[in-house]
Design a protein around this ligand. Structure first.
Ligand SMILES: [Zn+2]
Length: 164
């Protein structure tokens, strides 16, 4: 019986799944190639088995790692968001203060030419419209001034009255 050459790598890999008739015939006769094929099959089973084990263990751990990573990323983004909110709030506050300080400046020049009497009328109209509790003394003062009574004198008189 003619001894064929041993199975080539291509024939061996083919034999792993479905050996051709020639390969199968050689395998039947050649223990060396049968052993090699058996080792290859067990090696492939080993690799497949390890890969099959991974989802139970490896992939769960991977998922935990990814989740932990994502969670830390979210925390970082949340902190960054808080920082940006703070920066934004500070900018808004600074802009508001800038407006408060800069707005009266152009208006101050026309107001400087307004006479004291006009200013008094303006204050009176403002005070008379809606008087907060804290501005009530100013209302009294404005009323006294509008009557032509010097506020300082009336204060002195009231003090005199208290002393006497
Ligand atoms: Zn062989």
């Amino acid at each position: 019986m003619e001894i064929r050459a041993h199975l080539t790598d291509a024939e061996m890999s083919e034999a792993l799944t479905e050996p051709s008739r020639g390969s199968q015939a050689h395998l039947d006769d050649c223990e060396s190639c049968r052993t090699e094929l058996g080792m290859l099959r067990s090696a492939i089973r080993q690799v497949t088995h390890e890969a099959g084990d991974r989802p139970a263990d490896f992939w769960v751990q991977q998922r935990r790692n990814i989740r932990a990573h994502v969670a830390s990323e979210e925390n970082t983004h949340a902190r960054a968001g808080a920082r940006w909110a703070l920066v934004f709030g500070t900018c808004v506050l600074a802009f508001a203060l800038f407006l408060l300080h800069s707005a009266p400046t152009p208006a101050a020049q026309p107001q400087a030419t307004v006479s004291d009497h006009e200013l008094l009328l303006e204050v009176e109209s403002m005070v008379g419209s809606d008087v907060p509790q804290s501005l009530e003394p100013a209302t009294v003062l404005a009323t006294e001034i509008s009557r032509g009574l010097p506020a300082g004198d009336s204060m002195k008189e009231s003090k005199k009255g208290e002393q006497e």
